[in-house]
Write a protein that binds this ligand. Structure first.
Ligand code: SF4
Length: 388
């Protein structure tokens, strides 16, 4: 990068001036990864100090049956396929209850777009889960699912959300965003929810007092300019509503079994490297001056990258997870199905940060001690853990 431009970008970041589209593209063009990390770390430290949040949750995928066939998705099955499944309400409650002793604070529920399940199934699941686990927050459904519920219920999103909130919904999930630019989106997304409906539904959720996450699926056929455009659309919406609580970059993953029949992008692209992922965390942190938190969903990035990303802008680690089917159906890359609270504490401290457990609304549940001091580390050598 030209020295003058580098200085200009650095000055903007240090003075807190908002970065532009061109600035974002220029940052992605830089190969100075350590410099990008240093800038992003400056911003994350100003916003969040040396704290890294984490939560203890369980992911539930009620059904993998889906009418759509998104080109990046290894999860979806068509009705009648041998490994297609749909949970009875009782099964969802049983799985959630089994995590109660671990002290989960959140259930994260995302599903396929099932062609014949009645709309009433969804609020009923929430009601039964809330009755069984009243202390647990329900973060459920992507904007794509809410759009789909409008279709199958005949109700507008306003009424769909009211009924789900009445049943216990506390937050939407951030999925379905992928990459908003149509130039890319038309090749990867097969459902009907694009920027106009995705933003309409989150705007509506924010107007009802829900705070929601937002995401970006990167590292497939998009270019850095599409990532910048994606983030700036979300930044503009955040200026309007203030309802996004966290941004989550999600790395596209191949189907680890090598099956490209569903995950069709596999034949067109490699997965983003660790360096590219760290750059994406850093540039996102720098562009998002109006969102407090950037999350590493370790399932998508691996545990080593999760620790490193904390020095590239990430200040939130999700979570204990348990059986994340959407990626783990695609994933033979060595990440486990679940992490305990102790595992999460160790990753955060190992990276040099101070852990704090949060709930769905980003209230602090418990503050923990930070990493060992240098003196303590010297007294008793602390080998870096070989995270996969
Ligand atoms: S990403 Fe969601 S909507 Fe698309 S095919 Fe997979 S389950 Fe269906």
């Amino acid at each position: 990068m030209d020295a003058g431009l580098k200085q200009e970008l650095e000055d903007k970041v240090l003075s807190g001036e908002r970065l532009t589209y061109d600035d974002g593209v220029a940052l992605y063009a830089s190969d100075e990864l350590a410099w990008l990390g240093e800038l992003a770390h400056h911003v994350r430290t100003q916003k969040n100090g040396d704290r890294v949040l984490f939560n203890v949750n369980r992911h539930l995928n009620l059904t993998n049956v889906c009418t759509a066939s998104c080109a990046y998705c290894s999860f979806q099955r068509k009705p009648g396929e041998k490994d297609a499944y749909t949970m009875r309400v009782e099964e969802a409650v049983r799985l959630a209850k089994a995590m109660e002793p671990a002290g989960i604070t959140e259930l994260h529920i995302v599903n396929g777009l099932h062609p014949t399940l009645p709309w009433k199934y969804y609020p009923r699941v929430l009601r039964e889960l809330k009755a069984a686990l009243p202390q647990v927050s329900l973060k459920a459904f992507t904007a794509t699912e809410i759009h789909f519920f409008e279709e199958i219920s005949g109700l507008p999103a306003d009424e769909v959300l009211d009924e789900l909130i009445d049943a216990g919904l506390e937050s939407l999930t951030g999925g379905g965003a992928e990459i908003f630019d149509w130039e890319v989106r038309q090749h990867i997304v097969d459902h009907k929810t694009h920027w106009e409906d995705w933003s309409r539904i989150h705007r509506l959720a924010h107007s009802k007092g829900l705070r929601t996450p937002c995401t970006m699926l990167y590292g497939h056929v998009e270019e850095p300019r599409h990532r910048v455009d994606h983030v700036l659309r979300l930044r503009e919406l955040q200026d309007e509503t203030g309802g996004f609580v966290v941004f989550i970059p999600l790395r596209y993953q191949h189907d680890g079994s090598g099956d490209a029949t569903r995950n069709k992008l596999m034949t067109q692209t490699t997965m983003a490297s660790g360096a590219e992922s760290l750059k994406t965390f850093a540039v996102s942190r720098l562009l998002f001056d109006n969102i407090d938190h950037v999350k590493n969903f370790w399932v998508m990035h691996g545990l080593s990258n999760a620790g490193l990303s904390m020095s590239f802008g990430a200040d939130d680690l999700d979570g204990s997870v348990v059986e994340y089917k959407i990626t783990h159906d695609a994933d033979h890359y060595g990440t486990p199905d679940t992490m305990t609270r102790e595992d999460l504490l160790q990753i955060i401290r190992d990276a040099g940060f101070t852990p704090a457990e949060r709930d769905t609304r980003y209230n602090i549940v418990k503050q923990y001690d930070g990493p060992l001091s240098i003196a303590e580390r010297r007294a008793e050598p602390q080998p870096m853990k070989a995270w996969t």
